[in-house]
Design a protein around this ligand. Structure first.
Ligand SMILES: [Zn+2]
Length: 463
C-alpha cells in the first residue's frame, strides 16, 4: 500500500467515524464547482455554485462559501459552464422509425433502447412515449426500472384510446370503445394487463374526415383512469373539445388548441382544473422548419445518432422543396401561429406548461426536438428561464416525480446537464452540451448504443 493510498484510506475511515449515520465512501462524493446553476426552482441562477453529490443524490447545493465541501470528495471544475436539470419530455414516440420510414412493424425492443439512448444523449432523462407502444415496451420498462438497462427513463401510455373507425385509421392496436360501460371496462383491463404510466386519448376528427371520441366515452375513460390512479393526456385540436375535456377532468393537453384563439372560459377552466399544457410546437413546426430552410442540421449530435441517409435526405433540396411546395403549407403556418399564440395566452394565465415534441418520426430528431421545443416556446413568449423550468420541474410534477427529479435541490437524484454556454442569453445554448449526468454519474454519451439491425423484408412489406 502506497503512502497516498494509506492516507486516503485513513481519511475515509476518519470521515466514516465522524458521521455515525449511513456514511458514504469518500470516493462516492463528487463536488461540481464554479458553474452557474439553474436549479429549476428559483428564477435566479446560483452563481459560482457548489453541488455536492453523494452517490446518486444531491447532498448540498449553493453558492461557493455557503456549502461545505466534504473532504476527500472528487472535485470537478465547471467554471464558465451552466448547469440545468435533466429534461422531461411528456409527448413523443419511440421505436416506430427506421431511416425515413415510420411503421408499426418496426417496433421492437432494440429500437426502444436505441431511442431511449438518443434522448439521453441530448440530456432528456425522462420521456413519455404517448400512445403507440406495443408489447416489447412492457419488458423494457421492467428491465429499466430494475436497473438492468439504461437510456432515458421511459414512461409509456401503451396503446391509446380513440373512436371506432376514428383517429389513426386502420390501426388495429388502439382501444376503441363504443359505449361508456365498455370504455370503463377497457380501461380496467388495459391498466391491469399493460400497466401504463399514463393514458392517452385522441379527440380529433382530422378536419371532419373521421369520427371523434364523444364526451360520454372520453368522460368514462377519464373517470375510470382516475379511479385507477392514472392521469390522462389528450391529443386534441378544437377549442370546444378541449373545454369539454377539461370539464371531464383531463390532466394534460398534449397539443395547443389550434382551430382558433383560446378564450377566457378556456383559460379559467384550465387554470381551475390544474391542467398542464404541453404545446408540442416542435412537432407542429416540423414540416414548416424544413420548408423554410432548417437551421438545426449542423447540430453535432445528429451524425452521431442518426443514419447518414436520413441527414442526406432531409438536407436535400428535393425534400425541402417538396415541403415548401405543399399546397397545405400556408394553412399549416396559420395553425402553427394559432398554437404559438395560444401558448402565450396560457402562459399569461399562469397555467402550468411542460414540454412535448412528437419527436420520433422521420426527420423529427429525438433529443434535438426537445431543445427546439424550448427555442420555439421562447419565440412564443416564454423567457428562457420559464422554458427551462417547463422542460424540467413542470414535467416532473406532471409525472408525480417531483420529490426525486426535475430540480437540483438537496435530496434529489443528480440528473443534470453541463452546458458550455449560457441558455439564459440564448436558449439555443441548451444544445451546447458538455456532459450529461444521470444518477450522479457522468453518462458516456459517445458510447450509448444506437445501432440496430436493419429492418427485415417482413417489417418493410407492411409499411
Ligand atoms: Zn404524438
Amino acid at each position: 500500500m502506497t503512502r497516498k493510498t494509506y492516507l486516503t484510506l485513513l481519511a475515509s475511515l476518519l470521515l466514516a467515524a465522524c458521521q455515525p449515520t449511513t456514511t458514504p465512501e469518500s470516493q462516492d462524493l463528487v463536488v461540481i464547482e464554479g458553474a452557474t446553476v439553474i436549479d429549476g426552482v428559483s428564477s435566479t441562477p446560483i452563481e459560482n455554485a457548489v453541488i455536492v453529490i453523494d452517490g446518486d443524490t444531491i447532498q448540498a447545493i449553493g453558492s461557493s462559501g455557503s456549502v461545505e465541501v466534504p473532504p476527500g470528495a472528487q472535485s470537478i471544475d465547471a467554471t464558465g459552464k451552466t448547469i440545468i436539470p435533466g429534461i422531461f419530455n411528456l409527448h413523443a414516440h419511440v421505436a416506430r422509425t427506421e431511416g425515413m420510414e415510420s411503421n408499426d412493424q418496426f417496433y421492437n425492443r432494440e429500437r426502444i433502447q436505441r431511442d431511449a439512448n438518443r434522448y439521453l444523449y441530448y440530456g432528456i432523462t425522462h420521456m413519455v412515449s404517448l400512445g403507440l407502444d406495443q408489447e416489447p415496451m412492457i419488458g423494457f420498462l421492467a428491465d429499466q426500472r430494475a436497473g438492468r438497462t439504461g437510456g432515458a427513463r421511459l414512461y409509456s401510455a401503451g396503446y391509446g384510446f380513440a373512436a371506432k373507425d376514428g383517429w389513426i385509421p386502420n390501426n388495429p392496436n388502439l382501444n376503441r370503445p363504443t359505449t361508456p360501460d365498455e370504455a370503463r371496462q377497457l380501461v380496467q383491463e388495459f391498466v391491469q394487463e399493460k400497466q401504463p404510466d399514463v393514458i392517452k386519448i385522441w379527440v380529433d376528427d382530422r378536419l371532419g374526415a373521421l369520427p371523434k371520441l364523444t364526451p360520454e366515452l372520453y368522460g368514462a375513460i377519464i373517470e375510470e383512469a382516475h379511479n385507477q390512479g392514472i392521469k390522462v393526456m389528450a391529443h386534441m385540436y378544437y377549442l370546444e373539445d378541449t373545454k369539454e375535456l377539461i370539464r371531464r377532468g383531463v390532466d394534460g393537453l398534449a397539443h395547443s388548441v389550434r382551430d382558433q384563439e383560446v378564450d377566457d372560459e378556456f383559460l379559467k377552466l384550465a387554470k381551475e382544473n390544474g391542467v398542464t399544457q404541453v404545446a408540442t410546437l416542435a412537432g407542429h413546426s416540423s414540416r414548416l422548419a424544413y420548408a423554410d430552410g432548417p437551421d438545426f442540421l449542423d447540430d453535432s449530435g445528429l451524425p452521431v445518432l442518426f443514419p447518414a441517409i436520413v441527414l442526406e435526405t432531409v438536407s436535400g433540396q428535393e425534400y425541402q422543396e417538396n415541403l415548401a411546395n405543399d399546397p397545405n403549407l400556408e394553412s399549416a403556418r396559420e395553425v402553427y401561429a394559432t398554437a404559438a399564440k395560444n401558448l402565450a395566452k396560457v402562459l399569461a394565465a399562469g397555467i402550468p406548461i411542460a414540454i412535448g415534441t412528437d419527436s420520433g418520426g422521420p426527420g423529427r430528431f429525438q433529443g434535438l426536438w426537445e431543445h427546439r421545443e424550448m427555442e420555439l416556446m421562447v419565440k412564443a413568449g416564454l423567457t428562457p428561464m420559464q422554458a427551462i423550468q417547463a422542460a424540467t420541474a413542470n414535467g416532473a410534477k406532471f409525472l408525480g416525480l417531483e420529490n426525486q427529479y426535475g430540480t437540483l435541490e438537496p435530496g434529489k437524484i443528480a440528473d443534470l446537464i453541463i452546458l458550455g454556454a449560457d441558455p439564459l442569453e440564448d436558449i439555443r445554448n441548451t444544445r451546447n452540451i458538455d456532459e450529461v449526468w444521470m444518477n450522479g454519474e457522468r453518462v458516456n454519451r459517445d458510447e450509448l448504443p444506437i445501432s440496430t439491425a436493419p429492418p427485415t423484408a417482413q417489417e418493410r412489406e407492411t409499411s
